[in-house]
Design a binder for this molecule. Structure first.
Ligand SMILES: [Fe+2]
Ligand SMILES: [Fe+2]
Length: 312
């Protein structure tokens, strides 16, 4: 097995922690009267607080710095980014037995209470290895693991992709019925959050999921995609679990996949420390990835195909 190399004490040359100045410009702030106002929020994907994790003989989840990382993240959000909300996209913990899982969940959630904005939680497969769905929903202060909320001119929808025996991940029938109703009930444009992949993504080159027996994507995703498309209201979908940063556009909806902050992204033995800042307005949605491997993704809405996104 590869020897653990701590992420913060190694003095070798590493990529900078701040984003590259030459990156594409952020979403324009200009807006027309009937467009939604700019919304800025942050997503925290796959924190995996708990023990380190190896896969195929290589160290993949460098989790020792989780507390330090979260403290720095909270300060960055409160002092500089000032997001409208933070979304924790599941796999908050690395499962380690019921008592440790309860403790780690509590520590992360209590820590994130220091944020000066609302925090929303999606359930990840590792959060539910030992803790029951009911207990996790209670821990998130929710009746169910799927729910929705409003933030300024946008409507957030949190889906629960349930992993069944680590073989498939599904969105339940009850939830699909609820999703249709929830989309109908809002006049705002929608942002969808889910742990497993909801887009038709190719796993080639993914260190975790290429040829893996455990689920990467939601099994009944085409059904979910259709509901999102038919609503005409979905501006973007955000998904975790896959431990890499990607964006693909399917039938005019951009699907963003987010890297985990503890992932050994380039196999050099450093946690990626990835954190994600999203800006969305009437014209475009952009996602900035900060950390050791900064990136920027941007999708401009095509009003020809989806005129409804051009107005509030
Ligand atoms: Fe994960
Ligand atoms: Fe996961």
């Amino acid at each position: 097995m590869e020897k653990f190399r701590p992420s913060r004490t190694d003095t070798r040359q590493i990529p900078p922690l701040s984003p590259d100045k030459d990156m594409p410009a952020p979403v324009e702030l200009e807006k027309k009267e009937d467009e939604p106002r700019l919304l800025k929020f942050s997503i925290l994907a796959d924190v995996h607080k708990g023990p380190v994790s190896y896969y195929k003989g290589a160290l993949r989840k460098i989790t020792q710095g989780a507390k330090e990382y979260l403290d720095a993240y909270i300060e960055e959000m409160n002092e500089r980014v000032k997001p409208a909300f933070v979304m924790a996209l599941g796999d908050i913990i690395e499962d380690d037995g019921l008592e440790n899982d309860r403790r780690n969940l509590k520590e992360v959630i209590d820590g994130l209470k220091k944020l000066n904005c609302p925090v929303y939680y999606a359930a990840g497969n590792h959060d539910l290895r030992n803790v029951s769905e009911e207990e996790l929903a209670q821990t998130f202060n929710r009746e169910k693991l799927y729910y929705s909320f409003d933030s300024e001119d946008y409507h957030g929808i949190v889906l629960y992709s349930k992993a069944i025996e680590d073989k498939i991940a599904v969105i339940s029938e009850d939830q699909l019925t609820w999703l249709k109703k929830d989309l109908e009930s809002t006049d705002k444009r929608c942002l969808v959050f889910v742990h497993h992949g909801l887009s038709d993504q190719d796993m080639t080159g993914n260190p975790w999921f290429e040829g893996a027996p455990f689920p990467s994507l939601v099994e009944n995703r085409s059904e979910v995609q259709k509901i999102l498309e038919q609503s005409g209201k979905v501006a973007a979908v955000f998904q975790g679990h896959l431990h890499w940063d990607k964006m693909e556009v399917q039938n005019s909806i951009p699907y963003f996949t987010l890297q985990s902050p503890v992932e050994n992204e380039d196999d050099l033995g450093f946690a990626s420390e990835a954190r994600h800042i999203v800006e969305v307005n009437g014209k475009a949605v952009s996602m900035e990835v900060r950390g050791r491997y900064p990136k920027k993704f941007r999708h401009e809405f095509s009003f020809g195909e989806r005129p409804e996104l051009g107005r509030k």
